[in-house]
Design a binder for this molecule. Structure first.
Ligand code: SF4
Ligand code: SF4
Length: 79
């Protein structure tokens, strides 16, 4: 009998939302986020996956639709 396969380790957490290149830098999402999960990083905005609750308030407030929901990948699908 062979040993059961070891489950793959979890990959890096992905935040429920991300900021696209359409960002105009108005700062509305940073001010709106209730948990301060959106941070400036190297001229762009990074959403902290460890803080983001997925409330989508940043998506609602962005005037240029630059914040998008991160697609959820089906773990059953081949990569
Ligand atoms: S609200 Fe939209 S345009 Fe404004 S800083 Fe955030 S992502 Fe950029
Ligand atoms: S979804 Fe909510 S918690 Fe996550 S970055 Fe946007 S405003 Fe913040």
């Amino acid at each position: 009998m062979t040993a059961p396969a070891t489950p793959a380790p979890p990959t890096a957490a992905t935040a429920p939302v991300f900021v696209t290149s359409r960002c105009a830098g108005c700062g509305a999402c940073l001010l709106t986020c209730p948990v301060h999960a959106i941070r400036p990083l190297g001229g762009t905005l990074l959403v902290r996956a460890d803080l983001c609750t997925g409330c989508l308030e940043c998506v609602e407030v962005c005037p240029v639709d630059a914040v998008e929901e991160t697609p959820v990948r089906d773990p059953q699908e081949p990569s």
